[in-house]
Design a protein around this ligand. Structure first.
Ligand SMILES: Cc1cc2nc3c(=O)[nH]c(=O)nc-3n(C[C@H](O)[C@H](O)[C@H](O)COP(=O)(O)OP(=O)(O)OC[C@H]3O[C@@H](n4cnc5c(N)ncnc54)[C@H](O)[C@@H]3O)c2cc1C
Length: 465
């Protein structure tokens, strides 16, 4: 039996759920196909960075999420190397520590409320596309869609069906993970350090349990080898000087971490987003964040295409804008992990002295904080829009919650919007000297200028004929 939809998303992880909500909010018929029967109870990510919080703010979800977690303003990478997030130019100058399932829960609630259909227990095995659409093969049926997005994680069936390679390498093997109770939890929200051949990281959940990562260069075994509490205690003591009175575990696992990126994020009518498109080491906590930001970039473009309103090149700009960001994240998380793993005492000393000194230089510190938080990530022709107060009430990121473009300009700009009212919200800035600015639904700036060039900008962005 063949069913039909406008956009089919494979995978109800954070990437697929954010995208589904954006498309449904734009009135697009969207189906999410997810092989899991139930919600995920395994938490992988637990760090939500500032730029992701801004995207959630533009969807009315950030304050609720922030209330679930703890805020880290000084991100300690190892020894004395800190990244100061507290000066970031954002409402959210911190890393929020909250489990991935809290993010997924909010995004799923929003997607369903907007009308997205989430089909669980449905496994995609193949796809093929023609000029008019894409056919997804499920175990017992076929789903035909105008567009398909593979948000199906690192082992993406969609990516394989497109014949795309996933080049890269394993950077770290035999990493132990455990959710544990600690008799004497660390004073700081995050405890992290690497000493010699041992690395450990401890972060709290909101329910009294802690997540521990522990890695021992001298004990490298396959992912299937059992994890014992004694081994985690011993590695944590070597790296952090204490095991914090580690008592019991509710979950343990051993995994390896890869650095890989697909060469393309679009093939015809099919797109890749999130871990299906790129994976990196967990250092810097950027995987889920990057996937959510992919989804924020793709959603409004795909909605415009599905509605027949996308100007030439808009769908291609997804790969043009997001592929370099994926590469940057691979590089930055790779640098952190390689620096953390420096083996020799002299190398570690050099790292701590030189790295610590560099991060005390304001330009270096600002760039590091901007990169890791996502706040510093601009697209070449579309810089990030900063939140600003509006004249009548509220802020720019509140005005973005309808999913439209926002034209930040005084009332006199209104006649220019004739014909594009439904897709552009006019919002007067509180500061009358603010230049006229057209902000995309993903909170990047499409155009800045004055009345004389606004018509051209609206035409080029497909907002007027
Ligand atoms: C230990 C660990 C710690 C991490 N910590 C962080 C962190 O602190 N911060 C951070 O940002 N990131 C972190 N990450 C990475 C983060 O968890 C991932 O980047 C994130 O889950 C990716 O989201 P996604 O939606 O792209 O893919 P996924 O979450 O993998 O979701 C993909 C979904 O697709 C479904 N699916 C797969 N194949 C099919 C199919 N054929 N048919 C139907 N459904 C299918 C899967 O069941 C799954 O639900 C961590 C990862 C690990 C392993």
């Amino acid at each position: 039996m063949t069913k039909q939809t406008t956009v089919a998303i494979v995978g109800a992880g954070p990437t697929g759920l954010l995208l589904a909500g954006d498309l449904a909010r734009a009135g697009i018929d969207v189906v999410v196909v997810e092989q899991r029967d139930t919600e995920s109870n395994l938490t992988r990510a637990f760090g939500v960075h500032a730029r992701t919080l801004e995207h959630l703010d533009a969807r009315g979800l950030a304050d609720e999420l922030v209330a679930t977690g703890a805020q880290v303003r000084q991100l300690r990478l190892f020894d004395r190397i800190h990244i100061d997030l507290s000066r970031l130019p954002t409402r959210f100058p911190f890393l929020l520590i909250t489990p991935q399932y809290n993010v997924e829960r909010l995004l799923e609630r929003r997607a369903k409320a907007a009308g997205a259909r989430i089909v669980r227990g449905a496994h995609v095995t193949d796809l093929r596309q023609d000029a008019d659409g894409v056919e997804l093969t499920l175990d017992d049926s076929v789903l035909r869609a105008d567009y398909v997005v593979g948000a199906d994680g690192v082992h993406s069936v969609v990516r394989d069906a497109l014949g795309l390679p996933f080049p890269g390498e394993s950077v770290l093997t035999s990493i132990m993970l455990a959710d544990v109770r600690l008799a004497h939890p660390p004073e700081d929200v995050l405890a992290v350090n690497a000493v010699g051949d041992a690395f450990a990281f401890v972060a709290p959940f909101d329910d009294g349990w802690h997540r521990v990562f522990a890695w021992d260069r001298l004990h490298q075994v396959p992912d299937t080898a059992p994890v014992t509490l004694d081994e985690i205690r011993a590695v944590t003591r070597r790296a952090l000087g204490t095991d914090f009175g580690l008592q019991e575990a509710r979950w343990t696992a051993r995994f390896h971490s890869d650095e890989r990126q697909a060469p393309h994020y679009r093939v015809g009518r099919v797109f890749l987003a999130g871990d299906a498109a790129h994976v990196h080491s967990p250092a810097g906590g950027q995987g889920m964040n990057t996937g959510l930001q992919d989804a924020a970039n793709l959603g409004w473009k795909l909605a415009a295409a599905a509605n027949g309103q996308a100007p030439d090149g808009l769908l291609d700009s997804y790969e043009t804008e997001r592929h370099p960001v994926g590469r940057l994240v691979l590089r930055s998380s790779g640098t952190i992990i390689r620096m953390a793993m420096i083996r020799s005492r002299a190398g570690r000393l050099a790292r701590n002295v030189l790295g610590g000194a560099a991060l005390r230089l304001p330009p270096v510190a600002g760039k590091a904080a901007g990169t890791i938080s996502g706040i510093g990530i601009d697209y070449p022709r579309a810089p990030r829009a900063r939140d600003i107060p509006l004249r009548d009430s509220g802020r720019l990121y509140e005005a973005l919650r309808d999913g439209t473009f926002v034209l930040v300009a005084p009332d006199e700009a209104k006649p220019a919007l004739d014909g594009s009212h439904a897709r552009v919200t006019l919002a007067a800035p509180a500061d009358a000297t603010t230049p006229w600015t057209l902000v995309r639904p993903d909170a990047h700036i499409a155009w800045q200028g004055d009345a004389s060039t606004l018509h051209t900008a609206l035409r080029e962005t497909g907002l007027s004929g």
